[in-house]
Write a protein that binds this ligand. Structure first.
Ligand code: ZN
Length: 1009
């Protein structure tokens, strides 16, 4: 038999596109259009409806970037449409392109009730089935002129640099009848055709399907598609009725819309995106009772509740009926590399608390499809927050190594495991196309052991979520020969089955490092600093407010702290803290961080005044978990610095020496540190001939995503900043000596300080940078004379070790790594830690390739600044301040202590008397991360602590107040037998003895007597 396969494909595609699709709608009737333009910020519907509307024509342009146009569409349903499925079709200027990321609208009734979103792939408003002609149509559409971004440098992300021209044109506004039979025929053909294309030409099923379509086309009169649609469908019925084979892979399809909480649009637009998509979803859920829509991010529900209560009411109804499913249980889908330990906890607890209070539901699956890598602290935290399962697909974006599993146990630094699944279709916004379904099956790594996978479907980010076409497709592929079986079910149903089927799934231990987007540890430096500062201010605020509440009855500011936490958590969203949003988003975040800092300072000062009472005794408040200068951890008392020799300073022709009896630091005339002698250990800290605290500039030109990526080739070119404009030795204070170096290079200015204080084995560094570089990575380098096989980086509640060599492609791919407050390298007997107060990106390398004899030094570098041009063309231009320190002779415990110290400066105050610490912990390996009052406002004190070194630790915790009852709780402060069994306690009055396993996090709840 002759074959003409390619010709048939052409015939099918052309017939669908040029014959069937144009026949979808009939009886077209134009409507009358009026419009009112809002150049500035959006207004509530009540105001939008009462704007002054003027006549507007289809074809007319509208919408300067970020403006809003309110359209009003009025008309009458003509008699000929009677009984038909009449829809108002609106094309805001979609240009038939992708499903989201452009203009969008929300349709309202004249009384301001949202109907559904208007998006490129769901651009209709139902007018129902009129019983007669003459029925009146009156629909308002709030249309947003959201600009498109294409990855190139653009002024569109900043309201101050917008061009003053309209971006869109109203392309369509008319009533028409949807021909449901033609609609069904299109879907029949598309499902079968897409399926056939995924089947081998050696597969008889491939030919059976194509032959069925061919025969149907042969008989179809293209001049009367509508009249022939029913017969055409009958022709395809057998091909569609043939059931899947028994071994067919089974896919759980879950409706979804990934809506980034800010990104290429400001937060205010996300609020509207949610209202449009969620309106769509509840409308679609009425029509398709089988639809289940998974929606994460408590924040997005909270926005809806505040700004669109009518939509929220509808969502709540659908949550109750099980069709709208809160998942994930986090406040937002946050980044997980950078949020601190307690913030990561609060992402879970704030999210879960919201879902419990609003809907009485508790999600059991962490839902993070899009975050840029996953911290090894997550399995424990998720399990302690009551989660069983974890979902992402982002690891499929790895540029170098393919992750080996799709369904597996993910094990964290403490040994806890969480059952994890990656949808093998490698997407979180599927259309349920034949190609995606087939790819999901062929890509699935667990065949033979597991037969199920999950697939989120629906357009995100302003695409409107699932469409009726997707739901019709799902019906057709539920049980279809040649296709995987697709069933719309809940993620919990999927995970329950997957876990039952595959209890001995493989284990992945440690972090899930994304081999991509490594620039996000550094881009938009102010986000990093703001996040770090706010997290530590929150720690202080909760600690001092709790102490003040327990010890002096000071009212605990529950609402204020919750509001500040929620805003902090929002800014940890996976495009805000990583620095990958437009200028508008980051400007608002910078302002928000400044306001939060002021509010927290106010809270802290009020609590400290209440605690210490009116008086004139100079006091120091130490919120750190370690004693400092004679002030106990978590206490307030006069400080008493330990006796230590002054710092001696000597300057000669070759530089300056600072010597405090513990360290002798040599600063060269070029302002770099050329030697550090550790007088305690009697060894050099730096390799001979080195320059430490050296600023280095690299060209930084990523291949694709500017703000997101650092490419490995950046390292091959660099320029060291050694030119000195001014070098000043500041030796007036015998307790601390300082060298201040000013450098100028191109358009930027750098002021570095190197200081050594009495009694410390720590060299402290400051850098003030007026940064005017673009596409340049600024690093500061510390070569150290230790042969380190691995580096240890602080993460939430512990640390991870990463090799310093590049033996395998996995090691080589980790050329930029994330660390929180400290990074440690060492050899047996000696180590150093580089601590910082607001940066995250690091790299650790050995001697460059080439000949070597003897020990290898290790170079640790901090990433300070970048200058990516997309999506914010002026990223990071302006002034920045950094502080970091080299802790010499550091064990991990020293790194932990100095990390807190660098981020929790003491507060000086005057008061009536010292304040005893509310909580004391006897073992320094056990670190108090949070002290707060319980979320249920009972007045119970909650103490969260963890084992910080990776070993076993026994400790005694003593409260300064009388304790009626102590219990071990989960992160949500609830009793949990499994959690309690992990941390047996014995209580004696106000003292609690407990043992912790490596990196174990324990939440204690103490009820004051
Ligand atoms: Zn995202």
């Amino acid at each position: 038999m002759h074959r003409s396969l390619a010709n048939l494909t052409l015939r099918i595609e052309r017939t669908v596109n040029q014959r069937l699709l144009p026949a979808l709608y009939r009886d077209v009737e134009p409507v009358h259009v009026e419009a009112a333009h809002l150049p500035g910020e959006p207004v509530p519907a009540s105001e939008g409806l009462s704007l002054a509307y003027a006549p507007f024509q289809v074809g007319q342009p509208w919408g300067r970037a970020w403006s809003t146009t309110w359209f009003r569409f009025t008309g009458e349903v003509p008699e000929r449409m009677r009984g038909g499925r009449v829809e108002l079709l609106v094309d805001l200027g979609f240009e038939r392109a992708g499903p989201g990321f452009r203009s969008e609208g929300l349709a309202y009734t004249p009384d301001g009730t949202p109907i559904k979103g208007i998006e490129p792939r769901t651009a209709y408003v139902p007018v129902a089935r009129p019983a007669s002609g003459g029925e009146r149509v009156d629909v308002y559409v709030e249309a947003a002129a959201n600009p498109r971004f294409d990855g190139t440098v653009t002024p569109l992300g900043d309201p101050d640099t917008l061009p003053d021209r309209p971006l869109y044109r109203l392309d369509r506004a008319e009533l028409a009848v949807l021909d449901e039979e033609v609609h069904a025929l299109v879907l029949d053909v598309q499902v079968l055709h897409q399926l056939a294309l995924t089947l081998a030409e050696t597969d008889p099923r491939h030919h059976e399907i194509r032959r069925a379509i061919e025969l149907m086309f042969d008989e179809l009169d293209v001049a009367d598609i509508s009249g022939g649609a029913a017969a055409a469908r009958a022709r395809l019925a057998d091909a569609l009725a043939s059931p899947a084979v028994p071994s067919a892979h089974r896919i759980t399809a879950v409706g979804h819309a990934h809506i980034d909480s800010a990104w290429l649009w400001p937060v205010r637009e996300t609020i509207r995106k949610c209202s449009r998509t969620f309106s769509n979803v509840v409308a679609l859920a009425d029509e398709y009772p089988e639809l289940i829509f998974a929606c994460s991010s408590a924040q997005q529900y909270a926005w809806l509740r505040e700004h669109h209560p009518k939509v929220y009411q509808r969502v709540a109804e659908k949550v109750a009926s099980g069709q709208f499913l809160p998942v994930g249980g986090m406040w937002v889908e946050s980044d997980t590399n950078m949020p601190g330990g307690e913030a990561m906890v609060r992402q879970f607890t704030e999210g879960k608390r919201f879902f419990a209070e609003e809907f009485g539901v508790e999600p059991r699956e962490v839902w993070l499809p899009d975050s840029f890598g996953y911290t090894a602290a997550l399995p424990q935290l998720a399990r302690l927050a009551g989660f069983r399962w974890f979902l992402t697909q982002k690891m499929s974006w790895n540029q170098t190594n393919q992750f080996p599993h799709h369904t597996f146990w993910w094990e964290g630094i403490d040994g806890s495991r969480i059952f994890t699944h990656f949808p093998p279709a490698d997407t979180y916004s599927s259309e349920l196309s034949g190609k995606e379904l087939a790819y999901g099956v062929s890509n699935f790594a667990e065949h033979g052991r597991s037969s199920v996978s999950l697939l989120p479907f629906g357009y995100g980010d302003g695409g409107g979520g699932p469409t009726r076409e997707m739901l019709e497709t799902a019906k057709r592929v539920a049980d279809l020969e040649g296709s995987p079986k697709v069933a719309i079910r809940t993620p919990a149903d999927f995970f329950t089955e997957a876990e039952r089927e595959y209890p001995d799934a493989p284990v992945w231990s440690g972090e899930m490092y994304l081999e991509y987007h490594r620039g996000t540890y550094t881009s938009q430096s102010a986000m990093k600093r703001g996040n770090r500062r706010t997290e530590h201010l929150l720690r202080e605020a909760e600690l001092w407010c709790t102490a003040a509440a327990v010890q002096s009855g000071h009212p605990y500011p529950y609402d204020e702290l919750a509001a500040i936490w929620q805003e902090t958590l929002l800014m940890q969203f996976h495009d805000i803290l990583p620095g990958s949003s437009i200028a508008w988003v980051h400007r608002e975040a910078r302002q928000a961080y400044a306001k939060l800092a002021n509010r927290l300072d106010t809270v802290i000062e009020a609590a400290l005044v209440a605690l210490s009472g009116p008086g004139s005794i100079p006091l120091t408040a130490n919120a750190a978990p370690h004693a400092r200068d004679g002030v106990p951890a978590l206490g307030v008392s006069p400080d008493a610095a330990a006796e230590a020799p002054d710092v001696a300073v000597r300057t000669d022709d070759d530089g300056t020496t600072l010597d405090n009896g513990l360290l002798r630091v040599r600063v060269g005339v070029d302002g770099t540190v050329t030697a550090i002698r550790d007088l305690v250990a009697d060894r050099e800290v730096l390799p001979p001939g080195s320059a430490a605290n050296l600023l280095q500039l690299h060209p930084d030109t990523p291949n694709e995503f500017d703000a997101w990526d650092i490419e490995e080739f950046y390292r091959r070119r660099r320029r060291d900043l050694t030119g000195v404009v001014k070098l000043v030795v500041e030796a007036d204070d015998p307790r601390v000596a300082r060298v201040r170096v000013t450098r100028e290079d191109r358009d930027s200015t750098y002021t570095q300080t190197i200081s050594l204080a009495a009694g410390e084995r720590v060299v402290r560094f400051g850098a003030e940078v007026d940064w005017n570089e673009r596409e340049t990575l600024l690093k500061v380098a510390f070569p150290v004379d230790v042969q380190a096989a691995h580096s240890s980086s602080e993460i939430q509640f512990g640390h991870v070790q990463r090799p310093t060599h590049t033996n395998t492609s996995w090691d080589a791919a980790r050329f930029e790594i994330c660390a929180h407050r400290w990074l440690h390298v060492g050899e047996p007997g000696y180590g150093v830690a580089l601590v910082n107060d607001g940066t995250y990106g690091h790299d650790v390398t050995r001697r460059p390739p080439g000949d070597a004899l003897g020990a290898q030094p290790t170079t640790v570098r901090l990433s300070l600044l970048r200058g990516p041009r997309y999506p914010d063309p002026d990223t990071d231009r302006g002034r920045h301040r950094f502080a970091y320190a080299l802790v010499c002779g550091a064990e991990i415990a020293d790194a932990v202590r100095e990390g807190y110290r660098a981020n929790l400066p003491v507060r000086r105050l005057t008061g009536a008397a010292p304040v005893e610490p509310l909580i004391e912990v006897s073992n320094p390996a056990v670190v108090v991360e949070a002290v707060k009052l319980a979320d249920d406002r009972s007045g119970d004190v909650v103490v969260r602590l963890y084992e910080s070194l990776g070993g076993r630790a026994r400790t005694r915790l003593t409260a300064s107040f009388e304790v009626a009852e102590v219990s071990v709780r989960d992160l949500l402060e609830r009793p949990d037998d499994e959690v309690a069994a992990l941390a047996p306690i014995s209580v004696d009055g106000a003292s609690v003895d407990l043992s912790l396993a490596p990196f174990q996090v324990v939440t204690l709840r103490l009820r004051p007597a």
